[in-house]
Design a protein around this ligand. Structure first.
Ligand SMILES: [Zn+2]
Ligand SMILES: [Zn+2]
Length: 351
């Protein structure tokens, strides 16, 4: 019985994962989502997030008063300097993301949907199948909101630790390095993320996403989108694209200890030794504060981003960004395994 259920779930996951390739119409529908990315509010490239980030940059430009001129040409040079937007690293970001967007809609979205479905089914089966617990028919709105906030915090807590692990474990760092290999930051850099990292985060988040879905379906009667208006994320409107930018958008010091400002994520990319292994958080800064990895800039800092000890030639093509991490990761796994071999066993034999 259990085997049958597991087989059924896995078949559904595979079905979801390759749903874009099941028919020509499904394939065309998935590809058709690529040009609509600017109006798809679930994607960071949607126009409200881009526009609001430009608006925040304009406010910072005016407040900085470094120049009296506030005309469009000056602002364009302030917000979109050619030295950054024509940098080889940015051009590589654009090539990587152009391919990644197609893979995102063709593969990643269906795979992540399948993983989340599995999380939902497993958590539902555990709660209602293995226990005799009956959900109450109603739930006080305040309690529902409180639980939803709890899910958000749990999700963020898991992402904090996953980010830490992707830095600390060499076999995982090989994949996360792709994101940190950008030599300059522009909003496109946010999407220079290796698919293994993307899927890895989805797999590890599946239990909490599944649990939240069980909660919403049984208590609230549908999906609840906290911190969003008409499907638009409120957090996305707070200058989210400045997380990968040369414009440092800092929050007041006390707020920076609760919510991570865009500038704090830029610091996470800095190669300055005092910034190493700081600000792992995604949304909240409380985990960094709690585990001693928080860094709040007190004054404007000149930052250089990238990888301090890597050969830039290893990160110069799209093909390298996709495939080299696998080779490095396997090498990182084989290295410690070799040390565990009995002294008499030739290490040549495991090549
Ligand atoms: Zn990182
Ligand atoms: Zn980043």
């Amino acid at each position: 019985m259990l085997i049958d259920n597991v087989t059924w779930f896995l078949e559904r996951v595979v079905e979801y994962s390759f749903s874009s390739f099941m028919s020509w119409d499904a394939f065309v529908a998935a590809i058709g989502k690529v040009p609509r990315v600017f109006t798809d509010f679930s994607h960071g490239f949607a126009w409200p997030y881009l526009l609001s980030s430009v608006l925040v940059a304009w406010i910072l430009y005016v407040l900085a008063k470094r120049r009296r001129e506030t005309d469009v040409a000056w602002f364009r040079e302030f917000a979109f300097p050619g030295r950054l937007y024509r940098h080889p690293s940015t051009l590589l970001d654009c090539r990587f993301v152009a391919i990644d967007l197609f893979l995102y809609f063709l593969l990643y979205v269906p795979i992540i949907t399948g993983i989340n479905l599995l999380g939902y089914k497993v958590m539902g089966a555990m709660i209602f199948g293995l226990t005799s617990w009956e959900p109450p028919s109603t739930l006080a709105p305040a309690l529902a909101v409180g639980v939803a906030i709890g899910f958000l915090m749990l999700h963020d807590f898991i992402n904090y630790w996953l980010h830490v692990l992707f830095h600390k474990i060499p076999a995982l760092w090989a994949f996360h390095q792709v994101h940190h290999s950008a030599e300059v930051l522009t909003p496109v850099t946010a999407y220079r993320v290796h698919p293994v990292e993307l899927i890895g985060f989805a797999v590890c988040n599946a239990p909490v996403v599944g649990l939240a879905a069980v909660f919403y379906q049984n208590f609230v009667g549908g999906e609840v989108q906290l911190l969003s208006i008409f499907g638009i994320s409120i957090l996305g409107l707070l200058g989210s694209h400045l997380r990968h930018s040369h414009i440092l958008f800092c929050f007041p010091h006390s707020l920076s200890r609760i919510v991570l400002s865009p500038a704090q994520h830029v610091i996470h990319h800095s190669i300055d030794t005092q910034h190493w292994n700081k600000n792992f958080g995604v949304k909240l800064a409380i985990w960094d504060a709690l585990f001693g990895t928080l860094y709040v800039p007190r004054e404007p800092e000149t930052l250089q981003v990238g990888l301090p000890d890597a050969d830039p030639r290893e990160f110069s093509t799209v093909r390298q960004l996709y495939f080299l991490p696998f080779k490095k990761s396997v090498k990182e796994c084989i290295g410690p395994a070799r040390k565990l071999l009995p002294a008499g066993l030739s290490q040549e034999r495991i090549r």
